[in-house]
Design a binder for this molecule. Structure first.
Ligand code: AGP
Length: 591
């Protein structure tokens, strides 16, 4: 995904735009640019690389006086990450920034080239600018409306017309908000970019066009002006900042007890608000990345505790595969952003088949939150680091409560009340684990020069391995694999070399001896074994960290944060840009 900011008002436009881009850099950061407009001309400054590179170019430029501008930070989809392909793109009288994918850009580009139009870059956005320009006579709303009929795919556009002193924007399948200030107005991909100036915003819906001047906000749909509700954001400015932490990722890990408390408080005395899944014969848990791995833990608990058949599937597969809905099925979508394109598509596929959907989501205004039949909101607050931590943990906690409620409803959980009481103590227990963070800092230093790692476990422990492995990979760039402990010996054990780190997650007492024997197998091949467990009787190989043994429902909540910290400190020991890992974006709003 990419980040969009736009401004119209009396402040220094470039300052607002660059500040906003910095707050959105987690959405994509391979190139960026701004376009500012004075009465009769538009100045565009673009840069490959980080926002800081763009800031240097802007500082060294003589800037026009401007009260109106748009800006963009890019995660490349069409065309490589370079200055030419960076946004904004200008074509004729139209300058735009874009988040999304124009799926028929190739046909449109061919048509326009046949009309002797010349393109500078390789992006679908430049094609969109040309289409809007082609539709433009003198009415911007009309031009945008006409262009929307030609453009297929997803978009949030910020648009400036050379001969207009207003800012325009429109969205379809990509998020965009309108910030309402005093004698100034904004557009942004999310509120973090502008919370410093206003907490009032309008959430644009699909196919709504907004026209912004310093003192006016008009929203149009199908060519007609419509009225929109002004929302008040609950995000604080502090939440949009790192505070005293070196990285957002560490800040968000350390926030886990607080946000866990918030989520538990919200539901623990109101378990009626937890969606009841006990009447479904089958549950499909569909998500991407870490959200999928949270769903895997959900599957373990729902099957083991509530006796409900579950499948977990990554959304990019689920959306295209033949899905058999021959029993009373619920599809659970898990998503922090609620804007992941594949997960949205999987949700819409379920709806087309008449299947009910439940969204476990963090961003309440997101597409998945708005379109799913049922919603359970986690209370993670804004999560800025690209590598999810607190949101993932709350997704797991939500599945714990869902499974606990379903097991109880089915008369399968005799210790229901005691387990609920235990949930109230979880944040304190988690705080104790996080207070040991320096132990994991040492582990991070040990991993600093490693090239490969394995995470092994069985059952729910394997599901935790998946997240531990992804965290290490995505922020430290160390190649890592999560493996079912019993499966390693069927080939992959050939990769184990002297000193290779192998993390063994062992919490399931029914099979701890089996996993322990797999640990001995890798140790026999000189692996360096790190055990994370709730069983202090287990042998210490190279390293052992023991968390308090609590109910199966909540055990992952104490086991996974050490893995998150190990990933973080390993990346920190390598001096990497942890909050913005290479090639990644916070939410992948394109296929
Ligand atoms: C998590 O660290 C990754 N950044 C990524 O796997 C993420 O969980 C995935 O893209 C899903 O995002 P979502 O939860 O916003 O749908």
């Amino acid at each position: 995904m990419c980040g969009i900011v736009g401004y119209v008002g009396d402040r220094k436009t470039t300052e607002i735009l660059l500040e906003g881009l910095n707050k959105l850099e987690y959405r994509g950061y391979d190139s960026s640019g701004i376009a500012i407009k004075s009465q009769d001309n538009i100045q565009i400054i673009k840069s490959e690389g980080k926002i800081s590179d763009l800031e240097k170019k802007v500082e060294n430029s003589s800037l026009i006086e401007s009260k109106l501008g748009i800006a963009h930070t890019r995660w490349a989809t069409h065309g490589e990450a370079n200055e030419t392909n960076a946004h904004p793109h200008q074509f004729g009288k139209v300058t735009i920034v874009h988040n999304g994918i124009i799926e028929n850009e190739r046909e449109l580009k061919e048509e326009l080239i046949n009309k002797n139009l010349i393109f500078k870059g390789e992006t679908d956005t430049e094609v969109a600018a040309a289409v809007i320009n082609n539709c433009y006579q003198k009415d911007p709303i009309e031009a945008i409306t006409k262009a929307m009929e030609l453009l297929n795919g997803s978009y949030a556009f910020g648009i400036i017309f050379n001969d207009q002193n207003k800012l325009y924007a429109v969205r379809k399948d990509s998020p965009l908000i309108v910030g309402i200030g005093t004698h100034e107005n904004f557009i942004a991909s999310d509120i973090a970019a502008i919370i410093k100036y206003t907490d009032k915003y309008i959430l644009l819906e699909d196919n709504e066009i907004v026209e912004l001047s310093q003192d006016g906000v008009n929203v149009y749909k199908n060519g007609k002006k419509i009225s929109k509700k002004i929302e008040i954001s609950t995000m604080s400015i502090e939440e949009a900042n790192k505070g005293n932490y070196k990285h957002f990722m560490l800040k968000e890990i350390m926030e886990e007890p607080i946000v866990l408390q918030r989520t538990i408080n919200k539901y623990i005395n109101k378990m009626d608000d937890i969606f009841d899944v006990s009447n479904y014969d089958e549950i499909h848990i569909v998500a991407c990345g870490s959200a999928l791995y949270a769903g895997m833990i959900g599957k373990n608990l729902l099957e083991e505790k509530a006796n409900i058949k579950c499948i977990t599937e990554c959304a990019s597969e689920y959306r295209y595969k033949k899905v058999i809905y021959d029993r009373k099925t619920l599809v659970i979508l898990v998503s922090q952003s609620g804007e992941t394109a594949d997960t949205i598509a999987a949700m819409r596929k379920a709806h087309e088949c008449g299947i009910e959907t439940l969204a476990i989501v963090n961003v309440k205004t997101s597409t998945i939150a708005r379109e799913a039949k049922y919603q359970l909101f986690i209370e993670a607050g804004p999560e800025i680091a690209v590598a999810t931590t607190k949101a993932y943990l709350l997704q797991v906690a939500m599945f714990s409560l869902i499974a606990l409620k379903a097991a109880n409803k089915k008369g399968l959980e005799k210790e229901y009340d005691d387990i609920l009481q235990e949930a109230k103590l979880l944040p304190e227990k988690l705080k104790k684990v996080l207070n040991d963070k320096n132990i994991f800092k040492v582990v991070g230093k040990e991993l600093m020069h490693k090239d490969d790692a394995f995470f092994i476990g069985r059952g729910i422990d394997y599901s935790m391995c998946q997240e531990g492995s992804l965290k290490l990979k995505e922020v430290s760039y160390i190649h890592s694999d999560a493996y079912q402990a019993g499966e390693l010996k069927h080939g992959t054990i050939s990769l184990i070399e002297d000193g290779m780190p192998v993390f063994a997650i062992i919490t399931d007492k029914k099979i701890k001896d089996k996993t322990e024997s797999n640990v001995i197998e890798v140790e026999a091949r000189k692996a360096q074994v790190y055990t994370i467990t709730n069983d202090k009787t287990l042998k210490t190989h190279h390293f052992k960290y023991v968390v308090e043994k609590i109910s199966d429902y909540f055990q992952p909540i104490l086991i996974v944060p050490p893995l998150q910290l190990i990933g973080y400190f390993t990346a920190d020991s390598r001096g990497l840009d942890i909050d913005k890992p290479r090639n990644l974006a916070k939410s992948v709003t394109v296929e």
